[in-house]
Design a protein around this ligand. Structure first.
Ligand SMILES: C[S@@+](CC[C@H](N)C(=O)[O-])C[C@H]1O[C@@H](n2cnc3c(N)ncnc32)[C@H](O)[C@@H]1O
Length: 232
C-alpha cells in the first residue's frame, strides 16, 4: 500500500459508519451473493472446531456468529463480537436469540478492545478491514496479536484487487465510487491484507483470492507466531 492510500480522505468516520450501517441493516445479508464463497473458505480454514473462544470485529447481522455457534464451535466455546451499529446489534441479537455463550457488544468505534492479553483463540473480521484506514488496519492487527493466545488464528476476509479482467474493471469503478462517495459502497474498497501483516508476528497458513460475479475477495488465515510467554 502506498502513501496515497494512507493519506486518502475517503475513509468514513465512526459517526458516518454507524449511519451507513444503521441504514443498510438487513440488506447487508444480500451481499452474501459475493461474500458466500470467501466466508465458507474462512470457516473451513479457521479450524473453529478446536477454538474455545472467538472474537469478531464487525459482526453485522450476526450471520457468521450464528453459523459458527450452531455448526462449528465446540458446545462450550464462547463468542464475543463488537459492532459500531446499533441497528446491526439489534438484528444480530434477534438472530442469536436462544443461543447462549455469545456476547454482542455495541462499540463506540474504538479499535482498542476492552479485553486482556491472549484471551481469544480466534480473531475474525469479515469485510470490515476494507472499510478502515491503513492506520486503523495496523491498529486492529496489533490488537488481534495482543488478544490472541499463542497459536491462535487470525481469520480475515475482505474485498481485494480484481483477479480477472472484468473484476479489474470493477475494481477501478469501485475505487472511483469510493473516492467520490464512500457511503455508496458501504465505505469499503479493495485492499491487499497481506501488505499489512508483519512477518515477524504472523505466519500465514492460508491465503486465497476468489472471484464471484466480478468481485474478488481475499481470505487470510494467519497464526499468531509469537509464543504467549515471549510477549509478557
Ligand atoms: C461490510 S459490513 C460486514 C458485516 C459482516 N461481518 C458480514 O460479513 O456480513 C461491516 C460491519 O463492520 C461494522 N464496523 C465498521 N467499523 C467498525 C468499528 N470501528 N468497530 C466495530 N464495528 C465496525 C459495521 O457496522 C458493519 O456491521
Amino acid at each position: 500500500m502506498n502513501q496515497t492510500e494512507r493519506s486518502r480522505s475517503s475513509y468514513l468516520t465512526v459517526a458516518q459508519t454507524r449511519r451507513v450501517y444503521d441504514r443498510i441493516g438487513r440488506i447487508q445479508d444480500l451481499q452474501a451473493f459475493y461474500e458466500h464463497r470467501a466466508v465458507a473458505r474462512l470457516v473451513a480454514c479457521g479450524d473453529f472446531e478446536h477454538a474455545g473462544s472467538v472474537f469478531e470485529l464487525g459482526y453485522g447481522t450476526g450471520a457468521l456468529a450464528k453459523r459458527l455457534l450452531t455448526r462449528h464451535l465446540p458446545v462450550d466455546a464462547r463468542y464475543t463480537g463488537v459492532d459500531v451499529s446499533p441497528r446491526m446489534h439489534e438484528l444480530a441479537r434477534r438472530r442469536l436469540q436462544g443461543i447462549s455463550r455469545s456476547e454482542l457488544l455495541v462499540s463506540d468505534g474504538s479499535l482498542r478492545f476492552p479485553f486482556g492479553d491472549a484471551v481469544f483463540d480466534r480473531f475474525v473480521a469479515a469485510y470490515v478491514l476494507d472499510l478502515l484506514s491503513p492506520d486503523h488496519i495496523d491498529l486492529v492487527l496489533a490488537e488481534a496479536h495482543r488478544l490472541l493466545a499463542g497459536g491462535g488464528l487470525l481469520c480475515l476476509a475482505n474485498l481485494t484487487e480484481g483477479a480477472t479482467r472484468p473484476a479489474r474493471l470493477l475494481t477501478r469503478i469501485w475505487r472511483t465510487l469510493w473516492s467520490l462517495h464512500p457511503a455508496l459502497v458501504g465505505g469499503c474498497r479493495p485492499i491487499t491484507i497481506t501488505d499489512y501483516l508483519d512477518r515477524m508476528s504472523w505466519s500465514i497458513r492460508h491465503h486465497t483470492r476468489g472471484t464471484t460475479l466480478a468481485i474478488t475477495s481475499e481470505v487470510v488465515v494467519a497464526i499468531n507466531s509469537t509464543p504467549a510467554d515471549a510477549r509478557r
